[in-house]
Structures are given as structure tokens and as C-alpha cells.
Design a protein around this ligand. Structure first.
Ligand code: HEC
Ligand code: HEC
Length: 207
């Protein structure tokens, strides 16, 4: 009997462990470090994303202003956002429902696939770029990096859709509850609407 409880306990803790975000991120790292596993994950991800392509584009470059590019995005960031949609911490009725059907391994493959694609710079209003650059240097560069390419935990912003950037930055600033991140709410608190437009124009044209 004791043996049974021990086994049941072990199985339960194993399944809890399998869903913990840290474990999924570790698995992503292990795959990234192994060229054969990486290739397999990219191929698997491509198959899963045939449906996602309707909005996010064939290669992760969206043609819709409100839909983010996923190409070239940091895989750990993508995986974390997928987790947040799944748990309801990030709100979008469609994405929340859709992401629930993806298993952990499929989520990892999707993130790996999109990260392996490239995002080209988009056109911007050149008159706004210098102001956007200055604001970025003052308020954002220390986290998102000199080239706005982010890092493991932080989103790439370079080449992202201008409209999506504006909507997202405004949501953080106004604490609408769609996306909750204190660091981002603090970083954007002083931005005026015109400044958000300028920052977005700067970021979208970066390679
Ligand atoms: C009907 C259109 C649609 C489809 C299909 C769709 N998405 Fe999305 N997705 C969106 C929109 C819109 C957003 C932005 C939500 C917001 O405003 O925060 C988004 C956001 C995301 C993000 C967050 C990106 C970021 O920069 O933070 C990820 C990751 C994502 N989608 C993955 C997927 C995957 C994987 C699939 C396929 C399994 C998929 N999406 C299918 C519309 C779609
Ligand atoms: C202290 C660190 C920090 C600073 C400073 C910062 N950010 Fe962020 N940013 C983050 C983190 C962490 C996230 C991911 C938050 C989440 O999961 O919602 C993020 C996410 C974002 C996103 C969402 C990206 C996507 O694909 O949806 C945008 C846009 C963004 N930041 C823009 C900015 C801008 C513009 C500034 C400067 C005004 C800025 N950030 C300053 C840490 C920072």
C-alpha cells in the first residue's frame, strides 16, 4: 500500500513538473543546443503552423497590422507568451482558445520554427524615426537592447508591425489588463500618444 502511494505521488509530481514553465523552457534550450533535434523541431513546427499562417503569415511575417510578426522572435519569449495565453494571464479570446489545444512539445516546436525565420524591416514615417530613436534610447534600450532584438526573456521589437506595437505599448501604459507586466507599465508610464507613434515608427524599420 505504501508503495502504491509512493508511486502515485511520484506520478503526480512528475505530471505537475512536466507542465511547469521552467521545465518547458529547459527543454527548449536543450533542443536549441542539439542541431539534429533543432532541425526536427523546426520541421515539426512548420507543420503545426499551417493554421497560424492565416493570420501570422506563411513564414511568420504577418500581413495584418494588428497581428504580430513571429518570425525572428526570441523562442523563449514566444514560448512564454503561449503559456500566458494558455493560462489566461494574457488576454485574447481567439489566441487563448487556440493555444489550449497545443501540447507542450508542440508549443516548443512552434516557437523554434518561428524563431528560425527572418523578419524584414518595414516601412516607417521617416520624419518620426529620430524622435522614436531618442525615446527608445532613454526608456527602453536597457532591456530590449541596442538593436531592439531583446534577449531570452525579452521580446524582439525590431521589424515588428507598427500598429501592433502602438496597441501593445498603449495597453501596458494604460494597464488595461490585457497584458500585465509591471516593468513595461513603469517603462511606458510617461509616454504621450504621439511618442508611442514615434517609437513604433522607429522600431518597425529596424533590421
Ligand atoms: C485569427 C488570427 C490568428 C490566428 C489563426 C493565430 N493567431 Fe496568434 N495572434 C493573433 C493576434 C491578433 C495576436 C495579438 C494579440 C494581442 O493583441 O495581444 C496574436 C498573438 C500571438 C502571439 C504573441 C506574439 C507576441 O509578439 O507577443 C503568439 C506567440 C501567437 N499569436 C502564436 C500563434 C500560433 C502558434 C498560432 C497557430 C497555432 C496562432 N498564433 C494563430 C491572431 C492569430
Ligand atoms: C525593465 C525592462 C524593460 C524596459 C525598460 C522596457 N521593456 Fe518592453 N518588455 C519587457 C518585458 C519583460 C516584456 C515582456 C512582457 C510580457 O510578458 O508581457 C516586454 C515586452 C514589450 C513589448 C511586447 C512585445 C510583443 O511582441 O508583444 C513591447 C512592444 C515593448 N516591450 C516595448 C517597449 C518599449 C517601447 C519600451 C520603452 C518605452 C520598453 N519596452 C521598455 C521589459 C522591458
Amino acid at each position: 500500500m505504501r508503495g502504491f502511494f509512493f508511486l502515485a505521488g511520484l506520478l503526480m509530481s512528475a505530471s505537475v513538473f512536466a507542465q511547469s514553465p521552467a521545465n518547458v523552457q529547459d527543454r527548449l534550450k536543450a533542443i536549441a543546443a542539439d542541431p539534429v533535434a533543432l532541425r526536427t523541431a523546426i520541421d515539426g513546427g512548420k507543420k503545426i503552423t499551417f493554421f497560424c499562417a492565416n493570420c501570422h503569415g506563411e513564414d511568420g511575417n504577418s500581413k495584418l497590422p494588428d497581428v504580430p510578426n513571429l518570425a525572428g522572435q526570441n523562442p523563449a519569449y514566444l514560448l512564454e507568451q503561449i503559456r500566458k495565453f494558455g493560462s489566461g494571464e494574457r488576454k485574447d479570446a481567439f489566441m487563448q482558445g487556440l493555444i489550449k489545444v497545443l501540447k507542450d512539445e508542440e508549443r516548443i516546436q512552434v516557437a523554434t520554427y518561428y524563431a528560425s525565420m527572418t523578419v524584414p524591416p518595414s516601412r516607417a514615417d521617416a520624419a518620426l524615426v529620430p524622435q522614436g530613436k531618442e525615446l527608445f534610447g532613454k526608456l527602453c534600450v536597457r532591456c530590449h537592447g541596442e538593436q531592439a532584438r531583446g534577449n531570452e526573456a525579452i521580446a524582439r521589437l525590431a521589424g515588428q508591425k507598427s500598429t501592433y506595437l502602438q496597441t501593445t505599448i498603449t495597453r501596458y501604459r494604460d494597464k488595461t489588463g490585457v497584458r500585465n507586466n509591471q516593468l513595461m507599465s513603469i517603462a511606458t508610464a510617461t509616454l504621450k500618444n504621439e511618442e508611442i507613434v514615434a517609437v513604433a515608427n522607429y522600431l518597425t524599420q529596424l533590421p
